[in-house]
Ligand binder design. Structure first.
Ligand code: PLP
Length: 373
């Protein structure tokens, strides 16, 4: 027989998921109701309003994809791209690369802006790309590149894309509810995020929002969206509209958890939450540098909530990471791609963003005899 489910009590300080608030876990254990139950319809409406509030948008087409962040990415791209469309995508890490892969599968001609991992895309890079592709259907960027810890400035680039007549699409999976993000003010036309990073809800859902301009593009498509599940012309009646029609069965328990996590964010206040991530980051940064860690990303473009750091010389990062998990119950992330085996990605996101978390990690490191500093 299989034994009863049992896991260790971990402290989650990797690239996600982050620790969930007990209130969120409790909400998830609420008895199930039907997904077309009037009470669940009300809950979906509340979640939609709270997602609008946290994206700081009035966008009508704001909803939650019943799948993780990558499905939010795919939702934006499959709905906005038709075969033969030209798009510009910034690639400075794993997730820009994933967007390129999806866009190519949609039949797009992709113009990549490739810069070194750990750096960001500048307005000059964008201007140069617009010379080669003056009329892009869209330009997509990753706001917070979790694979490197780089924070991409968005506002100035938004104007450049709009002047060229294109849509501005943003990956906000790691920035949402942790770093300043203003969808309407920054002119973002299509945005997606995830639940397991700074929102501190369980993974598996992806809040998404489309501007009216993006909705127009959707309505003027000549071809069917390649994906049935992610086709917004079908999904949108499920997440709003006069007639709530069956599309798929929403993950009821996950929506309960999402609702509670959004309530927690709004109770704290978005601004306070952004400040908290900055403050805890400063504490972590000082302590890490004292131990000899070095940041990968230059200070002005550093994510506060995802700290990519080189270990002090002479340390075996994989061994230390395993020890941290097994002996101290602390999870941190390893490097990806070119940085595999070289860096750690230390997340302080949402509920995992406290001075206590910093102290637990730093004390564990100081306590480990294998750690050389
Ligand atoms: C985590 C992440 C994703 C993918 O989200 P999943 O929930 O893992 O599918 C996409 N983009 C960025 C920037 C991320 O950090």
């Amino acid at each position: 027989m299989y034994s009863e489910l049992k896991t260790s009590t971990r402290i989650l300080m990797g690239p996600g998921p982050s620790d969930a608030h007990p209130r969120v876990l409790k909400a998830m254990a609420t008895p199930l109701i039907g997904h077309l139950d009037p009470e669940f319809v009300t809950i979906m409406d509340e979640v939609k309003t709270m997602v609008q509030e946290t994206f700081i948008t009035k966008n009508h087409l704001t909803f939650v994809v019943s799948a993780p962040g990558s499905a939010g990415m795919e939702t934006c791209l499959v709905n906005l791209i038709e075969p033969g469309d030209e798009v510009i995508i910034g690639v400075n890490g794993v997730f820009g690369g994933r967007m390129v892969d999806i866009a190519e599968r949609c039949g797009a001609i992709v113009h990549k802006i490739e810069v070194e991992w750990g750096t960001v895309i500048s307005t000059d890079h964008v201007k140069k790309a617009l010379e080669k592709c003056p009329k892009p259907k869209l330009l997509a960027l990753v706001h917070a590149e979790t694979s490197t810890g780089a924070l991409q400035p968005l506002k100035e680039i938004s104007d450049l894309v709009h002047n060229a007549g294109g849509l501005f699409m943003v990956d906000a999976v790691t920035s949402y509810c942790g770093i300043e993000l203003k969808v309407d003010e920054w002119g973002i036309d299509a945005i997606y995020t995830g639940t397991q990073k700074c929102l501190s809800a369980p993974p598996g859902l992806s809040p998404v929002s489309f501007s009216d301009k993006a909705v127009q593009v959707l309505e003027n498509r000549k071809t069917k969206v390649q994906s049935w599940f992610l086709d917004l012309s079908l999904v949108k009646n499920y997440w709003g509209g006069a007639k709530r029609a069956y599309h798929h069965t929403a993950p009821v328990s996950s929506v309960f958890a999402l609702r509670e996590s959004l309530r927690i964010v709004l109770e704290e206040g978005l601004d306070n939450r952004w400040v908290r991530h900055q403050k805890v980051h400063q504490v972590l940064k000082t302590k890490l540098e004292t131990l000899g860690f070095q940041y990968l990303v230059e200070e002005p473009y550093r994510l506060p909530n995802l700290n990519s750091v080189f270990l002090p010389k002479g340390n075996d990062e994989a061994l230390l990471r395993t020890k941290l998990l097994n002996d101290y119950n602390i999870e941190v992330g390893g490097g990806l791609g070119a940085f595999a085996g070289k860096i750690w990605r230390i997340g302080i996101m949402g509920e995992s963003c406290t001075n206590n978390h910093v102290n637990m990690l730093v004390s564990a490191l100081e306590d480990m005899k294998e750690f050389k500093y």
